[in-house]
Design a protein around this ligand. Sequence first.
Ligand code: HMG
Ligand code: MG
Length: 304
Amino acid sequence: MSELKERIRIVEVGPRDGLQNEPTPIPVATRIALIEDLVMAGIRHIECGSFVSPKWVPQMANTAEVCQQLSRQSDTIYSVLTPNMKGLEQAIEAQVNEVAVFGAASETFSQKNINCTIAESLQRFAPVVTQAKQQGLRVRGYVSCVVGCPYEGDISPAQVAPVVEQLLDLGCDEISLGDTIGIGTPSTVKPLLNLVIPITGIGKLAVHFHNTYGQALVNIYQALNQGIRIVDSAIAGLGGCPYAKGASGNVATEDVTYLVESLGFDTGLKLSKLIDISQQLCDQLGRPNRSHVAQALSTTLRKK
Ligand code: HMG
Ligand code: MG
């Protein structure tokens, strides 16, 4: 009898973190098809968009239409970003089952991204989390710039830990640590996780690596070795943050799947389907595919 493999939960952030950085707005129908296709490929936790100011991030306008017109699977978490009560109200109306608040370990990034200090952001998040929980929604809490900030440089684990603690105190179910500018290496990720894991417990902590310096996979390997089992990624390595200039995309979902499956974990994902989706999307967007695995396997898999 084959041994039951340990599951890695991949949180697909491409339709949000990926598309929020595209130079031209993506039609609602394309956003919906992408989400539905990714769920068909086995994704069970997916970010569908953001309820943020369309003046700040025009690419995420029409997230309400995306959520409303989506065909949903009952076993899947459909998530959106909600920075304030206005965002939460739209999320409740759109009947998602998870919202995410997003803070930072860097004061300057917090100002640039959500126009307030870290302390003010936590005050804003408090009613968002409380009301979301009352509505029966799951709540994710992001911390950005966990190892480095585009404005302030190095960020220490000691700057991250209090933000994590406060997000948990507010009632967040899960914390995702964002290396927004992809600057981390195992030498900075290891001490960060050593400090944060005892605060959250292993089951509540996710890692969110951008791949700007090409270090995301090695950082994920480091995190897996420290017990992390929730990993954020974006199809085709799409993305970046509009308020972190030069930050490139998230680690590609295809590359994470290839790595963790080869290590003996189960993702529930069909790699060949992911690659079809990612190639199709890149053709549509007219951009190169940032997934190495997709580039390597697309031709052979398409022939099957
Ligand atoms: P503000 O200007 O301080 O907000 O922005 P405000 O309350 O003064 O409102 C200004 C205007 O925005 C008003 O409209 C509001 O109605 C509107 P006006 O009267 O001028 O026409 N507004 C909204 N509209 C729609 N939905 C809302 C909303 N709230 C206000 N929820 C605010 C503050 C937070 C709204 C703004 O800074 C913002 O939208 N920021 C979004 C930034 C963002 O989305 N960044 C990217 C996501 S974070 C990320 O990528 C990092 C992550 O991936 C992890 C990692 O990699 O590290 C998560
Ligand atoms: Mg991100």
